[in-house]
Design a protein around this ligand. Structure first.
Ligand SMILES: NC(=O)c1ccc[n+]([C@@H]2O[C@H](COP(=O)([O-])OP(=O)(O)OC[C@H]3O[C@@H](n4cnc5c(N)ncnc54)[C@H](O)[C@@H]3O)[C@@H](O)[C@H]2O)c1
Length: 251
């Protein structure tokens, strides 16, 4: 990771934050591209204080100009974008059947979780094509592979992320660029706290039991997969949607 530059959307919190910390520890320069400037600035400070290289750029993945700025800042400050983790994502905060969703909420979920990944890839791929090298990892979900009652926009967005991943992998396979996705099971992050799962013992146990390993995953466990996909150890791996899910999808 020495001399490499990693761009992380949604890097201020949860899984993205862990990827930022671990890449920084391995010597990479980190661009934290997140809408949350308080946590983003705090993380930049934490990495720099520990002797690493990091820069926070407030970024909204629903806006092309914002992503273009993030790429420009990455190139201006560190000179390249070698690895990208397209991870920014939101939960709907609503549990209803497909017909019960309001159109605005459905479209917002798609805009952040799916179009946001496409916008990120668009500008990252431009740079990586010029460099003739690069690795992209998109954060999908187990819900990118199976349905889940009451979560249709989330499931639709994450299925879309896997489709984008596979298609771009085919398109750029001979251009020195690999594109993969990770599909985490339920991971202990602020997202699950907001859904109320972490503090509600009954809900937590129900969720844990959906994973054959009978527990939730950690950010570190997803990060390990992302770092492997970035690395040359995964040089023959492109177009995959890797499950990091304690066996959830094996049932
Ligand atoms: N936690 C889980 O159980 C789980 C499981 C599978 C997949 N995921 C996916 O992992 C990713 C990270 O989620 P997390 O659990 O770490 O949640 P999180 O809420 O801790 O982190 C999400 C980050 O995305 C940022 N973000 C939100 N909207 C944004 C926007 N428009 N532009 C830029 N940044 C934005 C947030 O500010 C936050 O820092 C998401 O894509 C999520 O769907 C999470």
């Amino acid at each position: 990771m020495q001399e490499k530059v990693v761009l992380i959307t949604g890097g201020s919190s949860g899984i993205g934050k862990q990827v930022a910390l671990d890449c920084a520890k391995k010597g990479a320069a980190i661009v934290i591209a997140d809408i949350d400037d308080i946590e983003g600035s705090r993380l930049q400070f934490e990495i720099i204080s520990a002797g690493g290289r990091a820069l926070f750029q407030q970024t909204d993945v629903t806006m092309s100009s914002s992503l273009q700025d993030a790429i420009r800042v990455a190139l201006g400050s560190f000179g390249s974008v070698d690895y990208a983790f397209n991870n920014a994502g939101i939960e709907s905060g609503f549990a209803g059947f497909t017909a019960d969703y309001e159109e605005d909420l459905f479209l917002k979920m798609i805009d952040v979780n799916l179009s946001g990944v496409w916008r990120s890839m668009k500008y990252e791929l431009e740079v990586m094509q010029e460099q003739k090298s690069g690795v992209i990892v998109n954060n999908a979900s187990i819900l990118g592979k199976v349905g889940h009652k009451t979560a249709s926009p989330y499931c639709a967005s994450k299925h879309g992320v896997i489709g984008l991943t596979k298609t771009a992998a085919l398109e750029y396979a001979t251009k020195g660029i690999r594109v993969n996705a990770v599909c985490p099971g339920y991971i202990e992050t602020p997202m699950l706290e907001r859904i109320g799962v972490i503090d509600d013992e009954q809900q937590r146990t129900t969720l844990e039991n959906m994973h054959p390993v009978k527990r939730l995953g950690s950010c570190k466990e997803v990060t390990n997969a992302v770092l492997w996909l970035f690395s040359d150890e995964a040089s023959f791996v492109t177009g995959t949607a890797m499950e990091v899910d304690g066996g959830y999808l094996a049932r």
